[in-house]
Design a protein around this ligand. Structure first.
Ligand SMILES: *Cc1c(COP(=O)(O)O)cnc(C)c1O
Length: 376
Protein backbone atom coordinates (compact mmCIF):
# COMPACT_ATOMS: atom_id res chain seq x y z
CA UNK A 1 0.00 0.00 0.00
CA UNK A 2 1.23 3.52 -0.77
CA UNK A 3 1.88 5.64 2.34
CA UNK A 4 -1.23 7.51 3.50
CA UNK A 5 -0.97 11.29 3.67
CA UNK A 6 -3.44 14.06 4.51
CA UNK A 7 -2.84 15.32 0.96
CA UNK A 8 -0.83 13.72 -1.83
CA UNK A 9 0.23 16.48 -4.19
CA UNK A 10 3.20 14.45 -5.39
CA UNK A 11 1.20 11.63 -6.99
CA UNK A 12 -1.19 14.20 -8.39
CA UNK A 13 1.75 16.05 -10.00
CA UNK A 14 3.16 12.87 -11.52
CA UNK A 15 -0.06 12.38 -13.49
CA UNK A 16 0.16 15.79 -15.18
CA UNK A 17 3.94 16.17 -15.05
CA UNK A 18 4.63 16.61 -18.75
CA UNK A 19 2.02 19.38 -19.16
CA UNK A 20 3.04 21.19 -15.99
CA UNK A 21 6.76 20.95 -16.69
CA UNK A 22 6.21 22.33 -20.21
CA UNK A 23 4.17 25.26 -18.86
CA UNK A 24 6.81 26.12 -16.24
CA UNK A 25 9.61 25.94 -18.81
CA UNK A 26 7.62 28.25 -21.10
CA UNK A 27 7.45 30.83 -18.31
CA UNK A 28 11.18 30.53 -17.68
CA UNK A 29 11.90 30.94 -21.38
CA UNK A 30 9.60 33.95 -21.62
CA UNK A 31 11.18 35.37 -18.41
CA UNK A 32 7.89 37.24 -17.79
CA UNK A 33 7.89 36.21 -14.14
CA UNK A 34 5.57 38.87 -12.79
CA UNK A 35 2.23 39.69 -14.38
CA UNK A 36 3.15 37.87 -17.56
CA UNK A 37 0.77 36.35 -20.06
CA UNK A 38 0.45 33.23 -17.91
CA UNK A 39 -1.12 35.28 -15.11
CA UNK A 40 -3.56 37.01 -17.44
CA UNK A 41 -4.53 33.76 -19.15
CA UNK A 42 -5.13 32.03 -15.84
CA UNK A 43 -7.20 34.93 -14.48
CA UNK A 44 -9.37 34.84 -17.60
CA UNK A 45 -9.83 31.06 -17.46
CA UNK A 46 -10.62 31.13 -13.75
CA UNK A 47 -13.19 33.92 -14.30
CA UNK A 48 -14.88 31.77 -16.96
CA UNK A 49 -14.77 28.71 -14.71
CA UNK A 50 -16.34 30.32 -11.63
CA UNK A 51 -18.58 32.62 -13.64
CA UNK A 52 -17.50 36.08 -12.55
CA UNK A 53 -16.61 39.25 -14.44
CA UNK A 54 -13.37 40.00 -12.66
CA UNK A 55 -10.63 37.81 -11.18
CA UNK A 56 -7.74 39.67 -9.57
CA UNK A 57 -4.89 37.29 -8.75
CA UNK A 58 -2.83 38.03 -5.63
CA UNK A 59 -0.10 36.55 -3.45
CA UNK A 60 -2.16 34.31 -1.13
CA UNK A 61 -5.61 33.73 0.29
CA UNK A 62 -4.98 35.82 3.38
CA UNK A 63 -4.01 38.86 1.30
CA UNK A 64 -7.11 38.24 -0.79
CA UNK A 65 -9.36 38.75 2.25
CA UNK A 66 -7.31 41.71 3.45
CA UNK A 67 -7.44 43.46 0.05
CA UNK A 68 -11.16 42.76 -0.26
CA UNK A 69 -11.75 44.42 3.12
CA UNK A 70 -9.47 47.35 2.19
CA UNK A 71 -11.54 47.95 -0.95
CA UNK A 72 -14.71 48.57 1.08
CA UNK A 73 -13.48 51.88 2.51
CA UNK A 74 -14.18 50.95 6.14
CA UNK A 75 -13.13 53.03 9.15
CA UNK A 76 -11.22 51.86 12.23
CA UNK A 77 -13.64 50.30 14.70
CA UNK A 78 -16.15 49.25 12.05
CA UNK A 79 -17.46 45.77 12.77
CA UNK A 80 -17.11 42.74 10.57
CA UNK A 81 -19.13 39.63 11.40
CA UNK A 82 -17.41 36.31 10.86
CA UNK A 83 -17.59 32.77 12.23
CA UNK A 84 -15.34 31.88 15.15
CA UNK A 85 -15.03 28.35 13.76
CA UNK A 86 -12.65 29.00 10.86
CA UNK A 87 -8.98 29.22 9.98
CA UNK A 88 -7.30 32.19 11.64
CA UNK A 89 -6.59 33.98 8.32
CA UNK A 90 -10.26 34.95 7.96
CA UNK A 91 -10.41 36.80 11.24
CA UNK A 92 -6.81 37.96 11.63
CA UNK A 93 -6.95 40.39 8.70
CA UNK A 94 -10.05 42.05 10.19
CA UNK A 95 -8.07 42.95 13.31
CA UNK A 96 -4.97 43.81 11.26
CA UNK A 97 -6.97 46.54 9.51
CA UNK A 98 -8.11 47.96 12.87
CA UNK A 99 -11.60 46.67 12.28
CA UNK A 100 -13.45 44.76 14.98
CA UNK A 101 -14.16 41.06 14.44
CA UNK A 102 -17.60 40.05 15.70
CA UNK A 103 -17.74 36.30 16.12
CA UNK A 104 -20.89 34.32 15.46
CA UNK A 105 -21.83 30.67 15.61
CA UNK A 106 -21.80 28.10 12.85
CA UNK A 107 -24.44 25.56 11.93
CA UNK A 108 -23.46 22.28 13.63
CA UNK A 109 -24.30 20.32 10.48
CA UNK A 110 -22.60 22.34 7.75
CA UNK A 111 -19.83 23.90 9.92
CA UNK A 112 -20.61 27.19 8.12
CA UNK A 113 -21.88 30.51 9.51
CA UNK A 114 -25.36 30.20 11.02
CA UNK A 115 -27.60 32.76 9.25
CA UNK A 116 -29.91 32.86 12.28
CA UNK A 117 -27.04 34.20 14.40
CA UNK A 118 -26.46 37.22 12.15
CA UNK A 119 -29.24 39.64 12.93
CA UNK A 120 -28.53 39.67 16.67
CA UNK A 121 -24.88 40.47 15.92
CA UNK A 122 -25.61 43.47 13.70
CA UNK A 123 -25.08 46.94 15.24
CA UNK A 124 -24.85 50.45 13.80
CA UNK A 125 -21.12 49.81 13.28
CA UNK A 126 -21.51 46.60 11.31
CA UNK A 127 -20.28 47.02 7.74
CA UNK A 128 -19.58 43.54 6.41
CA UNK A 129 -20.02 39.81 6.89
CA UNK A 130 -17.36 37.29 5.94
CA UNK A 131 -18.97 33.83 5.57
CA UNK A 132 -16.55 30.93 5.08
CA UNK A 133 -17.35 27.91 2.92
CA UNK A 134 -15.63 25.67 5.41
CA UNK A 135 -14.23 22.25 4.46
CA UNK A 136 -15.68 22.66 0.95
CA UNK A 137 -19.37 23.03 1.92
CA UNK A 138 -21.24 26.18 0.92
CA UNK A 139 -22.49 28.56 3.59
CA UNK A 140 -26.20 29.19 3.24
CA UNK A 141 -25.82 32.25 0.99
CA UNK A 142 -29.47 32.98 0.15
CA UNK A 143 -30.52 34.09 3.66
CA UNK A 144 -27.11 35.70 4.19
CA UNK A 145 -27.52 37.85 1.07
CA UNK A 146 -31.06 38.78 2.14
CA UNK A 147 -29.81 39.95 5.56
CA UNK A 148 -26.97 41.87 3.90
CA UNK A 149 -29.37 43.62 1.56
CA UNK A 150 -31.80 44.52 4.33
CA UNK A 151 -29.00 45.94 6.51
CA UNK A 152 -26.86 47.44 3.72
CA UNK A 153 -23.82 45.25 4.44
CA UNK A 154 -21.05 43.96 2.23
CA UNK A 155 -20.50 40.23 1.86
CA UNK A 156 -17.00 38.86 1.31
CA UNK A 157 -17.03 35.08 0.82
CA UNK A 158 -13.92 33.29 2.05
CA UNK A 159 -13.86 30.56 -0.57
CA UNK A 160 -10.32 29.32 0.20
CA UNK A 161 -11.59 25.81 0.94
CA UNK A 162 -14.37 25.50 -1.60
CA UNK A 163 -13.25 26.32 -5.12
CA UNK A 164 -15.55 24.47 -7.50
CA UNK A 165 -18.38 24.25 -4.96
CA UNK A 166 -21.77 25.29 -6.26
CA UNK A 167 -24.68 26.76 -4.33
CA UNK A 168 -28.28 26.25 -5.41
CA UNK A 169 -30.85 28.98 -4.66
CA UNK A 170 -34.44 28.19 -3.75
CA UNK A 171 -35.56 29.05 -7.30
CA UNK A 172 -33.22 26.39 -8.65
CA UNK A 173 -30.58 28.75 -10.05
CA UNK A 174 -26.97 27.90 -9.26
CA UNK A 175 -23.82 29.91 -8.65
CA UNK A 176 -20.30 28.94 -7.78
CA UNK A 177 -19.29 29.87 -4.24
CA UNK A 178 -17.15 33.00 -4.20
CA UNK A 179 -19.34 34.68 -6.83
CA UNK A 180 -22.50 35.23 -4.76
CA UNK A 181 -21.40 38.01 -2.40
CA UNK A 182 -19.98 41.40 -3.40
CA UNK A 183 -16.47 39.94 -3.32
CA UNK A 184 -15.13 36.39 -3.09
CA UNK A 185 -11.62 35.32 -2.17
CA UNK A 186 -9.67 32.14 -2.59
CA UNK A 187 -6.28 30.55 -1.88
CA UNK A 188 -4.00 28.44 -4.04
CA UNK A 189 -1.96 27.14 -1.10
CA UNK A 190 -0.61 23.75 -2.29
CA UNK A 191 -3.02 21.64 -0.22
CA UNK A 192 -6.15 23.54 -1.31
CA UNK A 193 -8.49 21.98 -3.89
CA UNK A 194 -6.81 24.10 -6.58
CA UNK A 195 -3.27 24.25 -5.23
CA UNK A 196 -0.16 25.74 -6.78
CA UNK A 197 3.49 24.93 -6.22
CA UNK A 198 3.80 27.74 -3.72
CA UNK A 199 1.59 30.54 -2.43
CA UNK A 200 -1.16 32.19 -4.41
CA UNK A 201 -4.64 33.64 -4.13
CA UNK A 202 -7.35 35.45 -6.04
CA UNK A 203 -10.23 37.86 -5.57
CA UNK A 204 -13.52 37.62 -7.49
CA UNK A 205 -16.08 40.33 -8.09
CA UNK A 206 -18.84 41.13 -10.57
CA UNK A 207 -18.65 44.80 -9.55
CA UNK A 208 -16.38 46.61 -12.02
CA UNK A 209 -15.84 49.60 -9.71
CA UNK A 210 -14.75 47.36 -6.85
CA UNK A 211 -12.52 45.48 -9.30
CA UNK A 212 -10.68 48.70 -10.21
CA UNK A 213 -10.12 49.46 -6.52
CA UNK A 214 -9.01 45.92 -5.73
CA UNK A 215 -6.53 45.89 -8.63
CA UNK A 216 -5.16 49.21 -7.45
CA UNK A 217 -4.82 48.16 -3.81
CA UNK A 218 -3.03 44.93 -4.74
CA UNK A 219 -0.51 47.00 -6.70
CA UNK A 220 0.67 49.74 -4.29
CA UNK A 221 -2.50 51.77 -4.76
CA UNK A 222 -1.30 52.65 -8.25
CA UNK A 223 -3.73 54.17 -10.78
CA UNK A 224 -1.07 54.63 -13.47
CA UNK A 225 2.62 53.95 -13.29
CA UNK A 226 4.19 55.85 -10.37
CA UNK A 227 0.90 57.55 -9.44
CA UNK A 228 -0.36 56.12 -6.15
CA UNK A 229 -3.87 57.17 -5.16
CA UNK A 230 -4.51 55.05 -2.08
CA UNK A 231 -2.38 53.13 0.40
CA UNK A 232 -2.22 49.60 -0.91
CA UNK A 233 0.14 46.68 -0.72
CA UNK A 234 2.21 44.50 -2.99
CA UNK A 235 0.38 41.25 -3.57
CA UNK A 236 1.02 39.38 -6.80
CA UNK A 237 0.59 35.90 -8.16
CA UNK A 238 3.76 34.96 -10.00
CA UNK A 239 3.71 33.59 -13.53
CA UNK A 240 5.10 30.18 -12.60
CA UNK A 241 2.24 29.61 -10.15
CA UNK A 242 -0.27 30.87 -12.71
CA UNK A 243 1.06 28.47 -15.35
CA UNK A 244 0.79 25.52 -12.97
CA UNK A 245 -2.66 26.57 -11.78
CA UNK A 246 -3.93 27.04 -15.33
CA UNK A 247 -3.12 23.38 -16.06
CA UNK A 248 -4.64 22.19 -12.79
CA UNK A 249 -7.78 24.27 -13.32
CA UNK A 250 -8.58 22.01 -16.31
CA UNK A 251 -8.61 19.06 -13.88
CA UNK A 252 -10.41 20.77 -11.00
CA UNK A 253 -13.84 19.21 -11.60
CA UNK A 254 -12.30 15.77 -11.85
CA UNK A 255 -10.23 16.44 -8.69
CA UNK A 256 -13.33 17.52 -6.77
CA UNK A 257 -15.14 14.43 -8.04
CA UNK A 258 -12.34 12.22 -6.73
CA UNK A 259 -12.61 13.93 -3.32
CA UNK A 260 -16.37 13.36 -3.30
CA UNK A 261 -15.89 9.70 -4.15
CA UNK A 262 -13.45 9.25 -1.27
CA UNK A 263 -15.97 11.02 0.99
CA UNK A 264 -18.69 8.67 -0.23
CA UNK A 265 -16.54 5.67 0.66
CA UNK A 266 -16.02 7.03 4.18
CA UNK A 267 -19.75 7.79 4.55
CA UNK A 268 -20.71 4.23 3.63
CA UNK A 269 -18.09 2.68 5.91
CA UNK A 270 -19.22 4.78 8.89
CA UNK A 271 -22.99 4.58 8.26
CA UNK A 272 -24.95 3.53 11.31
CA UNK A 273 -22.08 4.09 13.76
CA UNK A 274 -23.60 5.98 16.69
CA UNK A 275 -20.25 7.39 17.83
CA UNK A 276 -19.47 8.98 14.47
CA UNK A 277 -21.35 11.77 12.75
CA UNK A 278 -20.29 11.89 9.10
CA UNK A 279 -20.25 15.21 7.22
CA UNK A 280 -23.67 16.56 6.34
CA UNK A 281 -24.37 17.57 2.74
CA UNK A 282 -27.07 20.16 2.35
CA UNK A 283 -29.16 19.88 -0.85
CA UNK A 284 -28.12 23.45 -1.71
CA UNK A 285 -24.41 22.69 -1.72
CA UNK A 286 -22.20 20.69 -4.06
CA UNK A 287 -19.66 19.71 -1.40
CA UNK A 288 -16.06 19.63 -2.69
CA UNK A 289 -14.59 18.05 0.46
CA UNK A 290 -11.51 20.11 1.10
CA UNK A 291 -11.69 18.25 4.41
CA UNK A 292 -13.58 15.15 5.48
CA UNK A 293 -14.45 15.98 9.05
CA UNK A 294 -16.16 13.70 11.53
CA UNK A 295 -17.85 14.67 14.79
CA UNK A 296 -17.07 12.13 17.47
CA UNK A 297 -19.46 11.27 20.27
CA UNK A 298 -18.06 9.53 23.32
CA UNK A 299 -14.75 8.76 21.62
CA UNK A 300 -11.34 9.66 23.06
CA UNK A 301 -10.29 11.92 20.19
CA UNK A 302 -6.60 12.12 21.08
CA UNK A 303 -6.57 8.38 21.64
CA UNK A 304 -8.02 7.86 18.15
CA UNK A 305 -5.52 10.27 16.60
CA UNK A 306 -2.62 8.47 18.29
CA UNK A 307 -3.98 5.04 17.38
CA UNK A 308 -4.26 6.08 13.74
CA UNK A 309 -0.76 7.61 13.84
CA UNK A 310 0.60 4.30 15.18
CA UNK A 311 -0.72 2.75 11.95
CA UNK A 312 0.80 5.55 9.84
CA UNK A 313 -2.58 7.17 9.23
CA UNK A 314 -2.46 10.94 9.74
CA UNK A 315 -5.50 12.80 11.07
CA UNK A 316 -5.86 16.46 11.96
CA UNK A 317 -7.92 18.69 14.24
CA UNK A 318 -9.19 21.66 12.23
CA UNK A 319 -9.23 23.73 14.43
CA UNK A 320 -8.27 23.10 18.05
CA UNK A 321 -8.85 26.70 19.24
CA UNK A 322 -11.78 28.75 17.91
CA UNK A 323 -11.20 32.38 16.89
CA UNK A 324 -12.96 33.89 19.88
CA UNK A 325 -10.51 32.15 22.23
CA UNK A 326 -7.31 33.05 20.36
CA UNK A 327 -4.86 35.11 22.35
CA UNK A 328 -4.40 37.53 19.44
CA UNK A 329 -7.96 38.78 19.98
CA UNK A 330 -7.53 39.42 23.72
CA UNK A 331 -8.21 43.15 23.21
CA UNK A 332 -11.73 42.33 21.98
CA UNK A 333 -12.63 40.34 25.12
CA UNK A 334 -14.21 37.56 23.15
CA UNK A 335 -12.88 34.58 25.14
CA UNK A 336 -15.89 34.56 27.47
CA UNK A 337 -18.48 34.73 24.68
CA UNK A 338 -21.15 32.07 24.93
CA UNK A 339 -20.55 29.98 21.80
CA UNK A 340 -21.76 26.47 22.64
CA UNK A 341 -21.84 25.13 19.07
CA UNK A 342 -18.35 26.37 18.24
CA UNK A 343 -16.95 25.09 21.53
CA UNK A 344 -18.67 21.72 21.05
CA UNK A 345 -17.31 21.33 17.50
CA UNK A 346 -13.83 22.32 18.61
CA UNK A 347 -13.90 19.39 21.04
CA UNK A 348 -15.45 16.81 18.68
CA UNK A 349 -14.05 17.25 15.17
CA UNK A 350 -11.38 15.18 13.53
CA UNK A 351 -10.41 15.31 9.86
CA UNK A 352 -9.32 12.19 7.99
CA UNK A 353 -7.03 12.11 4.95
CA UNK A 354 -8.81 13.31 1.84
CA UNK A 355 -7.34 14.12 -1.54
CA UNK A 356 -7.49 13.17 -5.19
CA UNK A 357 -5.17 10.18 -5.01
CA UNK A 358 -6.69 7.98 -2.27
CA UNK A 359 -7.28 4.45 -3.49
CA UNK A 360 -9.66 1.81 -2.21
CA UNK A 361 -6.96 -0.11 -0.37
CA UNK A 362 -6.00 3.02 1.57
CA UNK A 363 -9.62 3.96 2.28
CA UNK A 364 -10.38 0.42 3.43
CA UNK A 365 -7.38 0.50 5.78
CA UNK A 366 -8.23 3.94 7.23
CA UNK A 367 -11.90 3.11 7.83
CA UNK A 368 -11.12 -0.30 9.33
CA UNK A 369 -8.68 1.27 11.80
CA UNK A 370 -11.13 4.02 12.79
CA UNK A 371 -13.86 1.41 13.38
CA UNK A 372 -11.47 -0.86 15.27
CA UNK A 373 -10.64 1.96 17.71
CA UNK A 374 -14.13 3.31 18.28
CA UNK A 375 -15.67 -0.14 18.77
CA UNK A 376 -13.08 -1.66 21.03
C1 LIG B 1 -6.08 28.58 3.57
C2 LIG B 1 -7.12 29.51 4.05
C3 LIG B 1 -6.96 30.91 4.02
C4 LIG B 1 -5.67 31.57 3.70
O1 LIG B 1 -5.02 31.22 2.56
P1 LIG B 1 -3.44 31.38 2.41
O2 LIG B 1 -3.24 31.25 0.95
O3 LIG B 1 -2.79 30.31 3.22
O4 LIG B 1 -3.07 32.74 2.90
C5 LIG B 1 -8.02 31.70 4.40
N1 LIG B 1 -9.17 31.17 4.83
C6 LIG B 1 -9.37 29.85 4.90
C7 LIG B 1 -10.69 29.33 5.38
C8 LIG B 1 -8.35 28.97 4.54
O5 LIG B 1 -8.55 27.65 4.64
Amino acid sequence: MRPIQMVDTKTQYQKIKSQVDRAVIDVMESSAFINGKAVQDFAKNLADYVGTKNVIPCANGTDAIQIALMALGLKPGDEVITPSFTYIATTEVIALLNLTPVFVEVDPNTFCIDPSSLEKAITSKTKAIVPVHLYGHAADMEPIMAIAKKNDLFIIEDNAQAIGCEYTFSNGSKKKTGTIGHIGTTSFYPSKNLGGFGDGGAIFTDDDELAVKIRMIANHGQSKQYYHDVVGCNSRLDSIQAAVLDIKLRHLDEYNKARREAAGYYDRAFAGQPKIKTPFRHDNSYHVFHQYTLQLNGVDRNGLKEFLASHNIPAMIYYPVPGHKQKMFEQFNTASLDMPVTDMLTEKVISLPIHTELDEEQLQFITSKVLEFINK
